[in-house]
Design a protein around this ligand. Structure first.
Ligand code: NAP
Length: 490
């Protein structure tokens, strides 16, 4: 459909609700504010930061190079290391939100519980009973947000301290104690590297071995930081080099499993694994599936940590948790003071459990009953003026989610611009566009590494990859401009 600017009657100024004040919500608020669009950001916690506020486990860092994990409009020449740690990233988001006037737009400490599209607008309600109405909603609620707390037999009987990695209890002492960690994903590996030097005994309970991509984490010198500050163009060239190298090495390796890029990632992981000295430990650490089938773990020090004499890789299955520790199938009781569940997240939740009811009473929970879907990852049929950042079927992996969110926001803003101008009052994708996208996405999934024989959070309940299965170039192209023919516009 061709939109004719100015054809629609004048309307009251647009108000947009942004749900979540993490990386993507801060971004959306800054852009809306820059364009003079009124917005309210709803944040259930008392601080901005999203995943970097919630995750505070020892060893937390972002395994995407720091200069890539930075907004394009708020470059940071002062990153201290190649991979910044969680606290430094949290400070960065707090500073950017403050400097761009976002904090004043946030309603902290109140969770959005319901959104309902009625008479051309979204009625919003919160846990505290607050109600408001908006013409559009941007859901920036994160991908890996709801902890998957492993339900282990006997976990409630454990006499020590136990918590999920995203709910770290900093009152629990760790130094000189016996600590167990369940899981071998990126989180568990970072915790292992950080805790092994501090504790008396360390047990890593592994259900599935992981490929570990070797990467050191050098600090930037004062001179290097000064050079970034002095020459923004050199900084920009550095960022672009990083970006292109990540896309060429990592993104292509995932979407084309038979590519030379994939072979190279696997080769580097194998070489890294070969540094494990004890053949039995090396064998137990060797995965039985293709590299990157699960999200690639990046670490330069995990293998050294797990080879320490007081570190134990436990590969016998867990049978139950007892007051004194964890019992495994071989009958051994691994005695522990602290048990950490680094057991991941429920990657199919997105904005849920918030109830989202679209046109004619359609409930998002029903639409997503089999698997969460979104047209080009941003919009959903029958949910007008509802936009998601880092929503279902988007690119998630070993590269910067900030770049993903910035491109998705630029796309959504082009649809929101029409609302602001009064060109139309409602915009949502057609069912045909959604179906076509989903069919193409599932067909493209057959070439990806995610379907080569492992279990991971990339796969939905049907075993189909839930993420972007096309090339990065296609993502950039699709996000450059909405195809209005694919939208119902009223
Ligand atoms: P994850 O990758 O989903 O790993 C969860 C681990 O827990 C797996 O090893 C899993 O084993 C194990 N597990 C789950 N339930 C279990 C049970 N009942 N018994 C025994 N083991 C169980 O979770 P994550 O490590 O928290 O990472 C999630 C994602 O967060 C990452 O993939 C990444 O995208 C992101 N992340 C990023 C960074 C970063 O630096 N950018 C850091 C941390 C996390 P199986 O493999 O056998 O299922």
């Amino acid at each position: 459909m061709v939109v004719s600017p100015g054809a629609a009657p004048a309307r009251t100024p647009l108000r947009v609700a942004v749900i979540g004040a993490g990386m993507a919500g801060i971004l959306a608020a800054i852009e809306l504010r820059r364009r003079g669009v009124e917005c309210v950001v709803f944040e259930k916690a008392d601080r901005v930061g999203g995943t970097w506020r919630e995750n505070t486990y020892p060893g937390l860092s972002c395994d995407v190079p720091a200069h890539s994990y930075t907004y394009t409009f708020a470059r940071n020449p002062d990153w201290s290391r190649w991979y910044a740690d969680g606290a430094e990233i949290q400070r960065y988001f707090e500073r950017v939100a403050d400097e761009h006037g976002v904090l004043a737009l946030v309603r902290f400490g109140d969770e959005v519980t319901g959104l309902e599209f009625v008479d051309g607008g979204w009625n919003l309600r919160t846990a505290s009973g607050h109600a408001d109405r908006f013409e559009a909603v941007i859901a920036a609620t994160g991908v890996l947000h709801h902890p998957n707390v492993a339900r282990l037999d006997g976990i409630d009987t454990f006499a020590g301290s136990s918590f999920h990695s995203a709910r770290w209890d900093h009152d629990v002492p760790l130094d000189g104690r016996r600590v167990g960690v369940i899981g071998t994903g990126s989180t568990a590996v970072q915790i292992t590297s950080a805790l092994v030097p501090r504790v008396e005994r360390f047990h890593l309970f592994q259900r599935t071995a992981q490929w570990v991509y070797p990467s050191p984490n050098p600090a930037y010198s004062d001179d290097e930081r000064a050079a970034f500050r002095a020459d923004p163009e050199a900084y920009e060239r550095f960022v672009q080099k990083l970006r292109i190298s990540m896309i060429e090495r990592v993104v292509s390796a995932v979407t084309e499993v038979d590519s030379p890029q994939h072979a190279e990632v696997e080769r580097l992981c194998r070489e890294h694994l070969a540094t494990v000295r004890d053949p039995d430990l090396r064998r137990r650490l060797t995965p039985t599936y293709r590299a990157m089938c699960k999200r690639l773990v990046v670490s330069g020090d995990f293998y050294e940590a797990i080879q320490q004499p007081h570190a134990h890789l436990v590969t016998d299955p867990i049978t139950r948790v007892e007051p004194a520790g964890v019992r495994t199938a071989d009958g051994t009781l691994h005695e522990l003071d602290v048990l950490v569940l680094a057991t991941g997240f429920r990657a199919d939740r997105f904005i849920r459990p918030t109830t989202v009811v679209g046109r004619d009473g359609v409930d998002l929970d029903d639409v997503w009953a089999t698997s969460p879907v979104a047209y080009l990852s941003v919009t959903v049929p029958e949910f007008p003026n509802f936009f998601m950042l880092n929503g279902p079927n988007g690119p998630v992996g070993n590269f910067s989610l900030i770049e993903v969110a910035e491109r998705q926001l630029a796309y959504a803003m082009q649809l929101i611009d029409g609302l602001v101008r009064g060109d139309y009052r409602e915009v949502s994708p057609t069912h045909e566009a959604m179906l076509r996208f989903e069919q193409e996405r599932c067909a493209a999934a057959e070439h990806t590494v995610w379907v080569t024989g492992c279990d991971s959070w990339y796969l939905d309940a049907r075993g189909v990859p839930a993420s972007w299965t096309f090339t990065h170039a296609r993502f950039v192209e699709e996000m450059s401009a909405p195809k209005f023919a694919d939208f119902v516009i009223r």
